[in-house]
Every structure is written in C-alpha cells, then in structure tokens.
Design a protein around this ligand. Structure first.
Ligand SMILES: N[C@@H](CCC(=O)N[C@@H](CS)C(=O)NCC(=O)O)C(=O)O
Length: 310
C-alpha cells in the first residue's frame, strides 16, 4: 500500500486524535509538518482550498477531516476496531459531539486570558497577533462562548465524562477504545497542556487516568517527509479506484462541477468534478499545477455540496 501521509502540526488537537489512531492501529506513516496559519500554499495545492488541519494523503487521494480519516484507517486496518459493531452508532455520535461542542468549549476555555498568557509566553508578540487574526478570520461569525460560559460548560462536560468511567471501565464505552475516546481525548489533551488553566481537570480523576491510558497508545511509527516531496508524490501517483455507489441527489450527478464547503467554520469552497457521492462521503477530482490530478474526499456530515451553475 502507498504511504499514509499526515499533514499536521504538533500542537493541533485534531492531529493528535489522528496520531493516536495511528498508534491504536499500529500503523506506519509519514509526517509532513504544515503551517499553523495561512498562507499554506502547499496545503491548498493538494486540497484545493481546504485549510483545516489535519488531512491525510495516500498517493493522489486526499482525505479531509479527522472524522473521514478515522473511517479510512478502519478500512485499511480493521483491527482493533474504532467502530465495534455493538457500539458503532453510539461511538460515532459521541465522537461528533466531542469534535464540535466539546472541542469549541475546550478552546474557549483555554483561550481565556490566563491560558493565552502561558500559551504565548515564549512567542514573539507579532506571532500571537498574527495567530489571533488568522483564527478570527477563519471563524468568521461563528458564535463564541465567553470564558465564564466555557468554564461552566466544561465543568459540566467533565462531570459527564467522569460519570461514564464511574464503573471503572477502562475506556468511555467499555473495555476497548473506540472512535469516541479518540475524539474526546484531543480536547482534554489540549487543556492539560496549558498548565495555567489545567487544574479544572482535577475534578475528574478517572478521566485523567483514562487520558494517560490514551496517551500510552502512542503515535505508531513515523518518518518525515517535506511538503514538496508530498506534492511530487501526488503528481506521480494515480488516484485509487472508486468503489462506492453513487447516491443520487436531486440536482447533482456524477461529472457535475461542484463545490464542497464546511458548514461550520473555515468556509473555503473546494471546487472540482464530482466523481463519487456515497452515503457518507463526497469525492471531487481536480487538477493542480504542482499536485497533478488528485481526488479530494470529504465526509458528508459537516460539508455542503453545491452544483456550480453553468
Ligand atoms: N472537523 C475538522 C476540524 C479540524 C480543525 O478545526 N482543526 C483545527 C486545528 S486542530 C484547524 O484547522 N485550525 C486552523 C488551521 O490549522 O489552519 C476535523 O475533524 O478534522
């Protein structure tokens, strides 16, 4: 199989989710470090405009969003399962809550003044300013919790998660980790790293012990690759054959020119030819001067598909 290439950066929670999934499945992968803020020319050459972190590259196939990356890894390495049959629906639903509500609560909590101060303590002020401006532009008008609201909500969420572990089960849904554990842990991991505000976690000792168990899963084995090497690899590769059934939508058919855009934040459309629309995934073919012809895949949930009027 072609290399699994993760485009990410160390401090990214959703990247930590994927790195741990590599560890869980004991996969070998290649690490491409990407910029934390825009501009990201090599990212955009591969994705067509999607700027969020992380994304997975396999040859000339680009998989956006950690929710889709989990499904792809499960197909490549089915055991141990991220979506065990007896709890797959619950695990996916809990994961979706964690990747949206819990994540933005944790971010609003961590970005209170005390958190910001320690996060940016060793960073030149102009970097901190550029980061703030980048994220404000990315979030646009998306609503933001105040520090007080985030503290109250995170407290309640921590109690709920602690309650899930009350019967001494090792993982959130039982004896083994599922996608839910990987989606919850990245927000806890992030808050825990900001020492000035991490003490909120002490109210949930079982959750902290669980976070240690999750960290012990590790990141699998990885080598390093540059973004230019990744681009060259995409250019010299052929996208994998498509195998899912096309699910017809009222006004969109295979071959149509379309855009796919996140529905929550970082609303950058990716334009291409729709080549696959399964029940859970949308795939566009597009050509870039440096990346060649690639297929960019998105989950359906959280993304809007639009036909381009011709
Ligand atoms: N739903 C996406 C969310 C990804 C996301 O928001 N990632 C953050 C970093 S952890 C991001 O993209 N921040 C802006 C950036 O890296 O440019 C996923 O699951 O992958």
């Amino acid at each position: 199989m072609a290399d699994l290439i993760l485009h990410h950066y160390p401090n990214s929670p959703f990247s930590e989710k994927v790195r741990l999934m590599f560890g869980f499945k004991q996969l070998a992968w290649q690490s491409v470090l990407i910029p934390v803020i825009m501009p990201k020319p090599d990212v955009v050459a591969l994705t067509g405009g999607y700027r969020r972190t992380p994304f997975l590259q396999i040859g000339a196939d680009i998989y956006c969003d950690s929710a889709l990356i989990g499904e792809v890894l499960e197909r490549i390495a089915p055991t141990p399962p991220l979506y065990p049959v007896q709890s797959a629906g619950l695990a996916r639903t809990l994961a979706q809550w964690a990747d949206s509500t819990l994540f933005w609560t944790a971010i609003a909590y961590a970005f209170q003044p005390a958190g910001l101060q320690s996060m940016f303590a060793n960073v030149p002020p102009e970097h901190a300013k550029a980061f703030g401006a980048d994220r404000a532009a990315m979030r646009g008008n998306a609503p933001r919790l105040s520090a007080a609201e985030a503290t109250a909500n995170l407290t309640d969420y921590l109690d709920r998660l602690e309650n899930m572990l009350a019967d001494e089960r090792p993982f959130l849904l039982g004896a083994a980790a599922t996608i839910a554990d990987f989606s919850v842990v990245h927000s806890i991991w992030y808050v825990r790293r900001v020492q000035s505000i991490a003490s909120i976690l002490e109210r949930a000792p079982k959750l902290l012990a669980w976070a240690d168990r999750m960290a012990a899963i590790g990141h699998g084995t990885f080598g390093k690759m540059t973004s230019v090497e990744a681009l060259q690899l995409a250019d010299s590769s052929t996208p994998a054959a498509l195998d899912a059934t096309f699910v017809h939508l009222s006004d969109v058919a295979p071959g149509d020119r379309v855009t796919v855009t996140p529905t929550d934040y970082a609303l950058d459309p990716v334009e291409g030819e729709l080549v696959q629309a399964s029940a859970s995934m949308l795939s566009l073919r597009r050509t870039d001067e440096r990346a060649g012809t690639v297929i960019v895949h998105f989950p359906r949930i959280g993304y809007q598909l639009k036909k381009i009027a011709v």
